[in-house]
Design a binder for this molecule. Structure first.
Ligand SMILES: Nc1nc2c(ncn2[C@@H]2O[C@H](COP(=O)(O)OP(=O)(O)O)[C@@H](O)[C@H]2O)c(=O)[nH]1
Ligand SMILES: [Mg+2]
Length: 181
C-alpha cells in the first residue's frame, strides 16, 4: 500500500539543541543515542552527546513525519551523509545564544548545503535567553532570505512544532506529493 510520509533531518552544530528539539516534538517518545561526552572541551558545554542519531515519528495533520537528528560533533559528520539519504528537507538549528555561536554555524551550514539543494528552515534556537540573536540577524549573516529563518525555543512544544510545520510547508511548496514506494 502506498502511503504519504516525509523524512526530515535535524542538523546543526554541537549543542545547538537538536536532541532537545527531537525530544520535544515527540513528547519524549524518542530513540536517542546519547552517551557521556568524551573530551574536556565538550564536557564544558554539556554532559551527553548524540553519537549516531535521534529519531522520532510524529503525525502532522495526517502525514507521518520521520525526523532524524544528526550528531553535532565534527568527527561524526560522516553520519550526516548517511542520514540524509532519502530526505525531503531539513531543519538547521543554530544556537542563537551568542553571535559567536551564530558565526561558527556558518561553515556547518555550508557543509549541509553541499549535501544537495533541499528545502530547509534555519531555526534560531534558545530565544528564551536574554540577548539571544534575532532570526533577521542570522538571515543577514548567512546571506539567506528572511522567510526561511525562524525563531525557536526547542524546550517548548508549540515553538518546536511550528518550526516543523514551517519545514513541511516549504517541502510541500516545492513538490506537491511524496509517495513511499
Ligand atoms: N535556554 C535554552 N537552552 C536550550 C534550548 N534548547 C536546548 N537547550 C540546551 O542546549 C544544550 C544542548 O542541547 P542538545 O539538545 O543536547 O544539543 P545537540 O548537541 O544539538 O543535540 C542543552 O544543555 C540544552 O538543555 C532552548 O530552547 N533554550
Ligand atoms: Mg544531540
Amino acid at each position: 500500500m502506498q502511503r504519504d510520509y516525509l523524512k526530515i533531518l535535524v542538523s546543526g552544530p554541537y549543542a545547538s539543541g537538536k536532541t532537545t528539539f527531537v525530544k520535544t516534538i515527540s513528547s519524549g517518545k524518542v530513540l536517542t543515542t546519547e552517551v557521556p561526552v568524551s573530551t574536556l572541551y565538550e564536557s564544558q558545554i554539556k554532559q551527553y552527546t548524540t553519537v549516531a542519531f535521534d529519531y522520532c515519528r510524529v503525525n502532522l495533520d495526517g502525514t507521518d513525519v520521520y525526523v532524524f537528528g544528526t550528531p553535532g560533533q565534527t568527527r561524526l559528520q560522516f553520519m550526516w551523509r548517511v542520514l540524509a539519504v532519502g530526505m525531503h528537507g531539513y531543519i538547521f538549528i543554530v544556537d542563537g545564544s551568542s553571535m559567536l555561536n551564530v558565526m561558527r554555524s556558518r561553515t556547518v551550514y555550508e557543509y549541509m548545503k553541499n549535501l544537495g539543494d533541499y528545502p530547509h528552515v534555519i531555526a534560531v534556537n534558545k530565544q528564551d535567553l536574554p540577548n539571544s540573536i534575532k532570526p533577521s540577524t542570522v538571515a543577514q549573516v548567512f546571506g539567506v532570505n528572511n522567510d526561511i529563518v525562524v525563531p525557536l525555543v526547542a524546550l517548548k512544544k508549540e515553538s518546536a512544532i511550528s518550526v516543523l510545520q514551517r519545514a513541511v510547508e516549504l517541502i510541500r511548496a516545492q513538490k506537491p506529493k511524496y509517495r513511499a514506494e
